[in-house]
Design a protein around this ligand. Structure first.
Ligand code: HEM
Length: 184
């Protein structure tokens, strides 16, 4: 890992964030849809860079996201991951795990306009066998079939929109999470 690292479009993410405007849309077994307002914290740390196969260098952020149901303040989602940027190609990659037994690598690009950075990453259905890994139980009962994630960063405001496609309770379900946070 080298000392002077250019984190490119990821540099504005570094720090601690908090938001209380999250909305989760999750499936229910009886066919209903559950809507859960939430608050959350996300901590992004700049941790250096890494070289892959002698020809790719990635600048790395590591993060931890903790999400709490507004109705009872109990944590109901936890996520650890890395977001990387390859300065040679502009590719941004997001690898993360959730404790249900699912791991994902979503990739995409970042763009900047009017001091706003937009990062779009996905793990599309046609690449799911390479980018989505899950326990036998989840594969058979609550399978993640694709994932898409957009982050919009504007100074001290960060918003995101995540869509996780699930094959659950005998139907395709669009599990959505969107939120807006401010820098702490
Ligand atoms: C802010 C982010 C998220 C929140 C607040 C959240 C919350 C929830 C909730 C409340 C459920 C329903 C649980 C139940 O009633 O049993 C659920 C289900 C699920 N979530 Fe998430 N989720 C988030 C992100 C994700 C992501 C990124 C993934 C995939 C990598 C994911 C994968 C799943 C799966 C596979 C299920 C089905 C399990 C089940 O309902 O039994 N979630 N989530």
């Amino acid at each position: 890992m080298s000392d002077s690292i250019n984190y490119g479009p990821l540099s504005g993410l570094v720090g601690s964030w908090k938001g209380d405007r999250g909305l989760d849309v999750a499936p229910e077994e009886n066919g209903d849809i559950e809507r859960n307002p939430y608050w959350e914290t996300i901590d992004f740390e700049a941790i250096g860079d890494v070289e892959n196969a002698g020809k790719q260098t990635l600048a790395i952020l590591r993060y931890h996201q903790q999400v709490y149901r507004k109705s009872n303040d109990e944590q109901f989602h936890d996520q650890f991951g890395y977001i990387t940027w390859d300065s040679a190609t502009g590719v941004v990659s997001h690898s993360f795990i959730i404790p249900r037994g699912v791991a994902i690598v979503a990739s995409g690009t970042a763009s900047e306009a009017n001091s706003t950075v937009t990062i779009q990453m996905d793990a599309p259905a046609e690449k799911a066998s390479d980018t989505i890994s899950q326990s036998d139980f989840m594969r058979d009962n609550a399978k993640t079939t694709s994932f898409g994630h957009t982050m919009v960063l504007s100074g001290d405001e960060l918003s995101y929109d995540m869509t996780t496609m699930l094959d659950i309770y005998g139907r395709e379900f669009k599990h959505k999470d969107k939120s807006k946070l401010t820098r702490v």
